[in-house]
Design a protein around this ligand. Structure first.
Ligand SMILES: Cc1cc2nc3c(=O)[nH]c(=O)nc-3n(C[C@H](O)[C@H](O)[C@H](O)COP(=O)(O)OP(=O)(O)OC[C@H]3O[C@@H](n4cnc5c(N)ncnc54)[C@H](O)[C@@H]3O)c2cc1C
Length: 241
């Protein structure tokens, strides 16, 4: 048992838990961050090969946390958004410039975000990292919550905290321990996520298209289809109805 209770124990060091740990680090609280899988592991479910579309508001949060400058060079600005509905007249075009913004949002590789957040975490003296360590049990109590941990060799330890944050994803063990109900529904749909190389430069345009068989979303990603590959400027064209 760790004798001194933590002010905050964050279970899950994915996108949400790692961001919260960085935000809490300067506040003078003692913070435990418990994560089952290292951020640079192939098996990390949050910081994987996917990209995340960040709103401009999320970018500002990362700027406040002083994380944005470490990831901005890997981020692709979304300067325009084109929304259409197959078989229906009309479409919406949203232009960041018209809103007085540099971009409506940014597409960021998850791994880049994980690296930047965890660099900050590893340099923060207020954060005690338990990783790779899994939470086995959470015992709700007042004023302290007990947390039972195990490492990869099955070695167990316990700690206590005044506040526990459930940032352990959609199958949250912490949520279950506190008896918080969750409802899930099967949409009977399959999502395909992939990276494609377009013939034409994406021109920082994001497309969202509603069709009878589902939604198609295209996001611009860094050098994909850069105009220098083609040797001449070609504008991105919207899909036809
Ligand atoms: C295909 C897809 C595309 C998406 N695109 C976007 C997007 O463009 N923009 C956007 O904003 N969001 C997007 N999302 C949503 C976004 O990925 C999630 O909201 C986000 O990852 C949730 O982060 P999280 O930290 O809460 O949970 P997770 O990412 O699930 O992380 C949970 C963490 O907790 C750890 N953990 C779990 N159980 C335990 C335990 N018992 N002990 C210790 N550690 C534990 C896991 O190892 C993991 O690191 C997308 C999601 C999907 C599936």
């Amino acid at each position: 048992m760790n004798s001194t209770p933590f002010d905050v124990a964050i279970v899950g060091g994915g996108m949400v838990g790692a961001s919260l740990a960085v935000a809490l680090a300067p506040l003078g609280l003692s913070v435990a961050l418990i994560e089952a899988i290292a951020h640079d592991s192939e098996a990390q479910p949050s910081f994987d090969e996917r990209t995340t579309a960040l709103s401009n508001g999320s970018r500002r949060i990362l700027e406040t946390l002083d994380v944005w400058r470490s990831v901005s060079s890997a981020a692709t600005p979304i300067k325009k958004i084109h929304v259409s509905d197959q078989g229906h007249f009309g479409f919406a075009r949203i232009d960041a410039r018209a809103q007085g913004l540099d971009a409506m949002g940014y597409v960021l590789p998850n791994r880049a975000l994980g690296r930047a957040l965890w660099e900050r975490i590893e340099g923060a003296s207020a954060i005690r990292v338990f990783c790779p360590v899994q939470v086995l049990e959470v015992a709700p109590g007042d004023p302290l919550v007990g947390i039972e941990l195990t490492d990869a060799h099955g070695v167990r330890r316990s700690l206590q905290a005044r506040l526990v944050v459930a940032a352990d994803g959609m199958h949250s063990a912490v949520r279950r321990a506190f008896g918080v109900e969750a409802e899930s529904r099967d949409y009977d749909q399959t999502a395909v996520i992939t990276t494609v190389l377009p013939q034409r430069f994406h021109d920082h345009v994001a497309y969202e298209r509603f069709t009878g068989s589902g939604l198609l979303a295209l996001l611009p990603h860094l050098g994909m289809g850069r105009r220098r590959t083609l040797g001449r400027r070609l504008d991105a064209h919207p899909p036809t109805a």
